[in-house]
Write a protein that binds this ligand. Structure first.
Ligand SMILES: NC(=O)C1=CN([C@@H]2O[C@H](COP(=O)(O)OP(=O)(O)OC[C@H]3O[C@@H](n4cnc5c(N)ncnc54)[C@H](OP(=O)(O)O)[C@@H]3O)[C@@H](O)[C@H]2O)[C@H](O)CC1
Ligand SMILES: [K+]
Length: 671
């Protein structure tokens, strides 16, 4: 599944080809497949300990998970070799297995044994002191060879393949031997560490990852769709997770080996979805072991087309413009009037009933020029967007009327002591319910003391308004910082953090901002990370990864803010209950819509976290699912698969088409 188009375009109803405006090529009409991307299983990730808990009952029943994992990995390896236009057959392939001492190494050994059985020339470099005994036996029986890198290793049958100079195994630096093997391999299977990794890689695995990783990580290489034929050999297949990445938090704590394909067992782990580790996973193939996920809370979720559609409000017969949602914007400034045009146009084209704009005269005139439908001045709105294109406190005039207006708008959202519960509400708590600690008591009361503010409309706080955010706010306030802005916000709350820290640990920093402010945090990036409230003191983490790299362009953030405002206005226009517990999903859906508009505008099949491929035992279907994006989109667009440069305005022009795509999804599912 190389493209989100397929994700957005599934179900029974074929997309109406009559749509014009950029959809006249059949790009958006793309391959009609991949209903499986709607399966919550492929868009949810669980932490290592949760995965172990889910695999336990199966292991206790004697389900041979390791053998299943290994066979899947071997099939994926074959698919990788086969998709190379002039790649070798398995029987002629040179495979280097990097195997650690744990079960991840065991998976790798059994997988490599299956390839060796088919004639592949397999060498296993053992990075620990031991190897999984049965896996080792299987590989040796299949004709594979083993090179022990650790001088203290105790690995029966380990021998060094003939050194080029014909000397014996004690000669030379074993790491250099591995690098020689690496350079001559067609495929590397990385099975050094899996979910058992503790901290950063150390010792031999760290040294190997440093050498191999350095060879493969080039920050100057352009963003390509995953699964294209390898630009460089050897290809790397990561077993379960790329060795060295932060499995649970998505960080890169030390050296690691980026993969072309990661075959993930049983369930996705957060590193497959979270930046920056997700970028190291390449194409992700998920093997379903039939885990019972029903009682294990999801750690990180990837927003899907199906989920996004749930938040869209189609117009109804009895609607008037107010019923469809009014978006109010305090955006743009004399310094940046264009931001007013972009945010207001994006809101207007994203299925809102009306747009209300407040700003300086010049910006108003420009908005009116481009958007004669807009109304000006104060009035009731179902959602607000504030701050895009407005200078922050360090750069604005002290008496900036816009900042003053935003300050006033945000004032009632401040959760302070004044908004704490009336003493009477304490009386409603029965003795049996009384929590043990003061913190628990406050957590229990959280929905109550935010109660007065639940009815306030959702508001997107962007760019120059971030420093006007009250100390604590309820979840219907969404902040939309990029890394630098989030660092600044955290610093203003006493955290010593800079933009690089945020980029190193986006989840950790977004969580921290959520904890400190109470706001729903949408941290912009190639993969957008959203943290919102899932109940008192309980975060909900949702990411979006469909944006093509072309979307990093001036004004893109203004478009996101405006179109997110429109989505919130639709949701709020309809809600009889508070949006509080839906805000993370709504914000992520807003990012999905923005990313999809970017894909349509650029004609790009590239995305930072493309949909996950579900492993299929059927070899042909697996190969088809793993096929390169260029193959899938070959006849669809002249720009496939990489796409073309776009402007913010091009993205706005595609917003109605995004809504059309959603509207065309199986209509029976709309109720
Ligand atoms: N998900 C499933 O259903 C299944 C998963 N399987 C596979 O099993 C691994 C997990 O195996 P486990 O043995 O628990 O752990 P690992 O192999 O991932 O890691 C342990 C080895 O890694 C070494 N290690 C740990 N931290 C470091 C580090 N910082 N630097 C270097 N090396 C490290 C550790 O060495 P020690 O010296 O610390 O002991 C171990 O050698 C899972 O990921 C799947 O691949 C099963 O197949 C069943 C189904
Ligand atoms: K691995």
């Amino acid at each position: 599944m190389g493209s989100v188009f397929n994700d957005a375009h599934h179900g029974d109803d074929d997309f109406d080809e009559g749509l014009d405006d950029g959809l006249d090529n059949d790009f958006a009409d793309g391959p009609d497949e991949a209903p499986e991307t709607d399966d919550p299983f492929v868009s949810a990730a669980w932490r290592a300990e949760q995965v172990r808990a889910m695999e336990r009952p199966l292991l206790e029943r004697g389900v041979p998970l390791m053998r299943m994992a290994a066979t899947a990995a071997a099939h994926v390896a074959q698919a990788m070799l086969e998709r190379q236009p002039d790649g070798p057959d398995v029987a002629d392939a040179h495979v280097l297995l990097l195997a650690g001492a744990g079960d991840n190494g065991g998976d790798g050994l059994f997988a490599a044994a299956e390839l060796a059985d088919q004639g592949a020339n397999v060498v296993c470099a053992a990075t620990g002191r031991t190897l999984h005994a049965e896996g080792l036996r299987a590989l040796l029986d299949a004709g594979g060879r083993v090179l022990a890198l650790d001088p203290e290793a105790d690995i029966p049958g380990a021998a060094v393949p003939d050194a080029q100079d014909g000397t014996d195994e004690t000669d030379g630096d074993p790491l250099e031997r591995v690098m020689d093997l690496y350079e001559n391999a067609d495929l590397v299977i990385d099975a050094m560490t899996g979910i058992g990794l503790k901290g950063a890689l150390r010792g031999i695995p760290a040294q190997l990852a440093e050498r191999i990783g350095a060879d493969r990580i080039d920050p100057r290489s352009p963003a390509l769709p995953v699964s294209e034929p390898a630009a460089q050999y050897p290809m790397v297949l990561a077993v379960d997770v790329p060795s060295g990445v932060g499995v649970d938090d998505g960080t890169l704590p030390g050296t690691y080996i980026p993969a072309d394909v990661t075959v993930s067992f049983g369930a996705l782990k957060p590193c497959a979805l979270l930046p920056p580790a997700a970028y190291a996973c390449g194409q992700v193939v998920l093997v379903d072991f039939g885990f019972d996920t029903s009682r294990v809370p999801v750690a990180v979720e990837l927003v899907s087309a199906a989920e996004t559609r749930r938040h869209i409000r189609l117009p109804r017969l009895a609607d008037n413009k107010y019923a469809r949602g009014v978006v109010g914007l305090i955006t743009g400034s004399d310094a940046y009037p264009g931001a007013a045009v972009l945010s207001a146009s994006a809101a207007a084209r994203a299925n809102a009933g009306m747009v209300r704009y407040l700003g300086p005269e010049r910006a108003e005139r420009m908005v009116l020029d481009r958007l004669p439908e807009a109304v000006f001045g104060e009035g009731r709105c179902q959602a607000w967007v504030v701050g895009s294109g407005i200078p922050d406190g360090d750069h604005a005039d002290v008496d900036s009327p816009q900042r003053e207006a935003i300050r006033r708008l945000l004032e009632p959202y401040a959760v302070g002591e004044a908004n704490w519960p009336e003493p009477e509400s304490l009386l409603n708590i029965g003795l049996d319910d009384l929590p043990e600690s003061f913190e628990d008591l406050m957590a229990m009361l959280a929905p109550t003391y935010e109660g007065g503010q639940e009815s306030l409309p959702p508001v997107v706080v962007d760019a120059g308004a971030l420093d006007l955010l009250p100390e604590r706010v309820p979840p219907q306030v969404v902040i939309t910082p990029h890394a630098g802005e989030l660092a600044r916000l955290l610093r203003s709350r006493g955290q010593a953090v800079d933009a690089d820290d945020v980029e190193r640990d986006p989840l950790g920093c977004a969580l921290e901002a959520w904890r400190l402010t109470g706001a729903t945090v949408l941290l912009k990036g190639a993969i957008t990370v959203v943290v919102g409230s899932d109940g008192p003191d309980k975060p909900r983490v949702v990411v979006n990864g469909n944006a093509p790299a072309w979307l990093s362009t001036a004004g893109s953030g203004d478009v996101l803010a405006g179109s997110l405002g429109a989505l919130l206005a639709q949701a709020a226009a309809d809600e009889d209950r508070s949006l509080t517990l839906k805000m993370a999903d709504l914000a992520a859906a807003g990012a999905f819509i923005h990313g999809l508009a970017g894909q349509l505008a650029s004609g790009s099949g590239q995305a930072a976290r493309p949909p996950v491929v579900v492993y299929d035992e059927d070899r042909d279907r697996l190969a088809e699912a793993m096929a390169p994006t260029s193959e899938k989109l070959r006849d669809a667009t002249p720009f496939a698969p990489i796409g073309k440069p776009i402007l913010a305005g091009d993205v706005i022009a595609q917003l109605p088409n995004v809504y059309a795509l959603f509207a065309s999804m199986n209509l029976s599912e709309w109720n």
